[in-house]
Design a protein around this ligand. Structure first.
Ligand SMILES: Cc1cc2nc3c(=O)[nH]c(=O)nc-3n(C[C@H](O)[C@H](O)[C@H](O)COP(=O)(O)OP(=O)(O)OC[C@H]3O[C@@H](n4cnc5c(N)ncnc54)[C@H](O)[C@@H]3O)c2cc1C
Length: 417
């Protein structure tokens, strides 16, 4: 690439801003274009977890090695979690180190999005918000999800409960996936993920919140807003095509099983910038460093799609047994995410049937995990407690509580409220 040619990046999210920072620091003229009014606006105050188990090294050390300063955003470290089994038993995986860090997504100054935005601006990148550009006119495509493979909905609330995390495997409340509770410094989030497409999906969130209200009575929630969005899970034949780099979720670089994507977003942004600076071959490095993990997650997702609460319970029990043996809850989860020869084999066997071709992907050979259909067991009526949760949210909404995901989600699954 001509060294004097300005670089145009489509999308001012984590991956785009990471690439912009590295390039601008090396003296390149960088323009980042985003259709929204600010970085993080897609998420509006959502809490997300930066996992710290899929690699043998700490993610913040990785960030520092790449030249990104984790002190630019607020991150709360956790070494323990409430693991909520499908039969409501609660156990606690723990580690001596850092299992994960919770960050906030959005437009407030302490969010990870604004932290990366500051780094990009300080490096000299120019960001153009509310600006629509064509893919053909950009060098780096970093615009997040295009299609929908899964959705997640959550409610943000005020609470006086101490900082806490719960992770629940429950196929009724979160079809094919999981729900979670996060409390950080007086603000809570209860979220449910739907890996099967549902009608009246608001009931899943209401029922999930009612479940947490019953089990964690000290939450005493005061609803503020509802957040969420869609996830796009794709495998690409090429990550660089016609001189364009596809990074982050635009390149399908995230975890198919549970949707962790922030780490790979920054990682791929860094790699694309290194390629442009002549220091590596992006296609080769994505295949070497990231794709083995993505493929492993495809296999994990394939297996998860075939099970229900019975297997979820066995997973929880295995996890706890493994912790007893090793004295560390991260060993089991790390193994789940790491590539093995048999998961690679399963990947090659099942991915041709599991993924659908995206004919609009400009010849890049994109195959998407389709949003699966609902099952018979997904049809049920809300409990009285869940209806009450819905009524409380409607009151909050009338008082100004906003829903941030309606325009961003798959329309048949957008909650009715
Ligand atoms: C509800 C939810 C919860 C999640 N929780 C977690 C979690 O706990 N941990 C985790 O690791 N991952 C999580 N993820 C996934 C994670 O958010 C993504 O993998 C990550 O944000 C992808 O980064 P990105 O840079 O590719 O896209 P983003 O950070 O989403 O940035 C994309 C940017 O592109 C802009 N854009 C979109 N279209 C265009 C266009 N046409 N032109 C210009 N700009 C455009 C958007 O406005 C946005 O600013 C979650 C996702 C969702 C939806």
């Amino acid at each position: 690439m001509d060294e004097h040619k300005p670089i145009h990046i489509m999308g001012a999210g984590l991956s785009g801003l990471a690439a912009a920072t590295t390039l601008a620091r090396c003296g390149r003229e960088v323009h980042v274009h985003d259709i929204r009014e600010d970085s993080g606006a897609r998420f509006d105050g959502d809490f997300q977890a930066l996992e710290n188990w899929s690699q043998p090294f700490d993610f913040f050390d990785q960030l520092r090695d790449w030249g990104y300063d984790p002190a630019e955003f607020k991150a709360t470290e956790f070494s323990v979690i409430d693991l909520i089994h499908p039969d409501d038993e609660i156990t606690q995986p723990y580690t001596d180190g850092i299992a994960y860090r919770i960050v906030e997504r959005g437009t407030s100054s302490h969010t990870i999005d604004q932290g990366f935005k500051r780094m990009a601006l300080e490096a000299g990148a120019q960001i153009h918000y509310k600006n629509r550009v064509k893919e053909e006119d950009c060098d780096i495509i970093a615009c997040g999800p295009k299609g929908t493979s899964a959705v997640a909905y959550g409610e943000i609330f005020e609470t006086s409960h101490p900082n806490h995390i719960g992770f629940q495997l429950n196929d009724k409340l979160a079809p094919g996936a999981y729900s979670y509770l996060i409390v950080i410094d007086g603000i809570g989030l209860i979220c449910t993920c739907l890996w099967r497409k549902q009608k009246k999906s608001e009931r899943f969130l209401n029922e999930t919140i009612a479940w947490y209200d019953a089990k964690y009575p000290d939450l005493e929630r005061k609803p503020i807003k509802r957040v969420g969005g869609k996830g796009d899970f794709t495998i690409n034949s090429r990550y660089k095509q016609n001189g364009r780099y596809y990074i982050g979720e635009s390149g399908g670089l995230q975890d198919f099983m549970w949707g962790f994507g922030m780490r790979m977003a920054v990682w791929s942004g860094h790699l694309a910038a290194q390629d442009i600076l002549g220091k590596c071959d992006y296609e080769k490095e994505v295949r070497r460093q990231l794709l083995p993990y993505v493929r492993t997650s495809v296999t994990n997702r394939f297996l998860m799609n075939r099970v229900g609460d019975g297997m979820f319970k066995r997973m929880c029990n295995n996890w706890m047994r493994n912790q007893k043996r090793n004295g560390d809850g991260l060993v089991w989860i790390s193994k789940l995410f790491r590539p093995t020869w048999w998961k690679t084999l399963i990947y090659h066997m099942v991915s041709p049937f599991m993924l659908e071709k995206d004919s609009k992907a400009m010849g890049r050979g994109v195959r998407r995990m389709p949003f699966r259909k609902a099952l018979k067991r997904d049809v049920w009526e809300q409990s009285d407690e869940a209806l009450e949760v819905g009524n409380r949210w409607n009151e909050a909404r009338k008082g100004g509580g906003k829903t941030s995901f309606a325009e961003d989600s798959d329309s048949p699954s957008v909650p009715d409220s």
